[in-house]
Design a protein around this ligand. Sequence first.
Ligand code: GDP
Length: 603
Amino acid sequence: MKRKASRDEEVVTGEGQVASKAEAKTGVVIPHALTVRQLADILGVSAVEVIKYLMRSGIMASINQVVDFDSAATVAADLGYEAVKEAEASAETVEKYRYTGEDSAAQEPRPPVVTIMGHVDHGKTKLLDAIRQTNVVDTEAGKITQHIGAYQAEIHGQKITFLDTPGHEAFTAMRARGARVTDIAILVVAADDGVMPQTVEAIDHARAAGVPIVVAINKIDKADANPDRVKQQLADSSLLIEEWGGDVVCVLVSAKQGDGISDLLENLLIVAEIQELKADPTRPAFGVVIEAGLDSSKGPLATILVQTGTLGIGDNVVVGGTSGKVKAMFDDKGKRVKEAKPSMPVEVLGLNSIPQAGDSLAVVSSEKEARAEAQQRQQEGGRVGASMAPRLSTLSAQIQAGQVKELNIILKTDVQGSVEPIRSSLERLGSDEVKVRIVHSGSGNITESDVMLAIASKGIIIGFNTRPEPGAKLLADSDGVDIRCYQVIYNVVEDIEKALAGMLEPTYMDVVEGHAEVRAVFSMRQGKIAGAYVTDGKVSRGAQARVLRNGESIHEASIASLKHFKENVRDMTAGFECGIGIDGFKEFEIGDIIETYTREKVD
Ligand code: GDP
């Protein structure tokens, strides 16, 4: 377990500089990866101080950013601590347990994994049902597919895997958790309704993920169906279908009557063939959780989509923050299976608790290893391995260091009319070195879906005369997504220009720690000392302080000395009297208020 360090009194001076290191180094236990904030807690210093030390080692990090053990150990050493790695028993990193798609050995073709997207009521669910009914792999009478979150259809002896949770929100939420699952997106557009806002959103989400689109114009059975108008509208949204000279396949279907389904499936196979999707069925499996839940008699159940390798009965697995041993597996028709090959969804029995959708699964050599890794992930709160969105100032520093070649932006405005002028002003700022990419733009509030997209594409969100919805704000705060709201176009352009030039300075916010009221003034050899009473919060030696007189700040410096009676102390909490000396300040008056604060990086 993490242990809070007791900091040597003389290690850090008021300026945050190392004065003299503790003689005997104190050990601190640090996990193999942790956020800057967690590291600050362990070391008993402010997050700003940790950021400063990281900067000296050339690492630009924000408060919520994850740093590895080695970087954390360097900071600890600078502060006079010896870092000891937590849970040395399992030194493997989470990345070892995540399928990266790089699989060089004996590759065999695997079925494509398809997600259905599109505007609400355009027929996504109906289409999934139609495919399931007409083309399930096992068409024996009475075999009804079970809902396990995904199923396989078959055409001309070839399989296609469909994810059963339609919509780009689910798709991007998985990506935000670091899971890349989908190979092809079907964009459903109702022929009687045409391209709608969520159609455009779905196009952007699929494009941001680099996933090819196949258009299915649905409801062609309806009297007012107008497929040509849909094709025209798609072209207006810069999606050119083959008939219009582009490279996007477009199929006319009626999910209701089952028309065009085979044509759609055949085209999916063609698009899959171009992608040359391959995996290695001979290796231990890697997979992703599609959905999971608790069955009252069977215990935790998770649908796993195998990405590579073969998952078998008896395999020891680590899945997100849990582990287990595969006891039984069921396919999408509820039939017991002994193994699951690449792209096959299976319901797995034998996990110790319920994982989350998007968690990765890996087969490990022993039950002990599985448990140790799961435990480690739990301590990290499941954050490691999931993508975190960077702040604009961090991106700015990375651009300057040449580490980032593209600035991804999600742009939301109050009215549709402002989208184009801002989009083109921003895109113009890009250069050959760094491109500005508007991943998605639209009008309206900033939604959770926008925040997910920002996480998944490591981008930032710009709001012009619009605000985040409460849920979106919460999600952005917890995942460190940078939402920047503006009222003036000039300011948007200026900030992005600065970021691209690597010149965007991080902004800091003062966080007040406490107040003390001056009740007496003493003249000492080293200068005047305030006899003060801490009214709220705390006063710490070395902290920044401002002296307030009649509500106005008359001096700002750090607290040079802090005494309780004759004793030097590190901090004093509310309700205590103490002697406070402030760097370079001698004019204390009774009634002055000493306000202490820390400076936290917010951007
Ligand atoms: P989703 O919100 O995109 O999942 O849409 P649904 O699949 O729930 O379909 C919305 C409505 O459109 C339902 O009432 C369906 O029965 C209807 N619908 C879906 N596909 C077709 C179609 O091909 N033809 C007709 N006439 N109705 C359809």
